[in-house]
Design a protein around this ligand. Structure first.
Ligand code: ADP
Ligand code: MG
Length: 277
């Protein structure tokens, strides 16, 4: 035997990422521009750790732009600019010394249109986020991570026997849950969801809502939704965005979900949540 055989190699990579702990996000006076056009004006809101925050409001009022600012995707859009601060657990995510990948690792994102890698196997799709964010998981721990992530996303039972099939073999609702599993595998502290159920059937919608409620203990959730019942069911607090004709989007009102639905302070909030818009 060679000289090194007796001593086991120290593990080169850590095991499954440590369980995530939800982190609070705070936006302070966030403004955004595309070229000369201002689309958000001084948006401030706390999104407390372990809570679900729903962003509601008509199309075009800047909800998606705001979400992209929360994980530093906005800065990748040509011509896009922003002002203000975003803090994760009190730390400015845009501080010069912080790297883009740090924000990406801690803050996951799920989009309206499910976007699994269609030719990649279901299993590899779950693990794909690790490569994209530079998180290393030992080979021996990957099966456990795949099962855990798919279980949390409510998809494990449906796909456990077909993990080698391509992502494209799944229904739309299953693909969206696969994307949620891909995000969760990285153990994010915050998950941003941009109309995650808009393209889904009612059954998948319900499963995704159950997932949100379950994971909210260890992942702070910010969800954009046009479905008022959904906002009511899943969120702890709501923020109502509005862009009056030609003006940048602002938060008209935010507060506990109960207060926004039962006792809104602004007539425009009342009109919107009651479908009079
Ligand atoms: P919402 O998600 O609430 O529908 P968005 O954040 O998508 O709103 O859009 C806010 C405003 O910014 C809209 O007027 C939209 O046309 C504009 N906008 C969004 N993305 C871009 C972009 N990449 N380039 C230029 N304008 C954009
Ligand atoms: Mg949008």
């Amino acid at each position: 035997a060679g000289p090194d055989r007796a001593t086991p190699e120290p593990a080169a990579v850590p095991p499954v990422p440590t369980p995530s702990t939800a982190a609070g996000l705070e936006a302070e006076r966030v403004s955004a521009w595309f070229g000369k056009r201002k689309v958000l004006d001084r948006v401030s809101i706390d999104m407390p750790a372990g809570q679900v925050t729903a962003l509601i409001g008509p199309s075009g009022c800047g909800k998606s732009t705001f979400l992209r600012i929360l994980n530093r995707m906005h800065e990748l859009v040509p011509g896009a600019a922003l002002a203000g601060e975003v803090r994760l657990d009190g730390q400015d995510i845009y501080a010069a010394e912080r790297r883009l990948t740090d924000a990406r690792k801690a803050i996951g994102m799920v989009f309206q249109k499910p976007n699994p890698f269609p030719a990649m196997s279901i299993r590899d799709n779950v693990l794909a986020g690790l490569h994209l964010t530079g998180v290393k998981v030992a080979k021996a721990d990957r099966d456990a991570l795949v099962e855990e992530s798919l279980t949390r996303a409510g998809l494990w039972v449906e796909v456990r026997d077909r993990l080698k099939q391509p992502g494209s073999a799944l229904s739309g609702g299953q693909q969206q849950r696969l994307c949620i599993a891909r995000s969760l595998a990285v153990k994010p502290r915050v998950l941003l969801m941009d109309e995650p159920c808009s393209a889904l059937d009612p059954t998948s919608t319900r499963v995704v809502e159950e997932t949100i409620t379950e994971i909210a203990q260890d992942v702070t959730i910010v969800i954009v939704t046009h479905n008022m019942q959904q906002a009511h069911r899943v969120s702890d607090q709501c923020a109502f965005f509005l862009a009056a004709h030609g003006t940048p989007g602002v938060i008209v009102e935010h507060g506990s979900t109960d207060s926004i639905f039962e006792n809104p302070q602004d007539q425009r909030t009342s009109d919107y949540v009651n479908g009079r818009f």
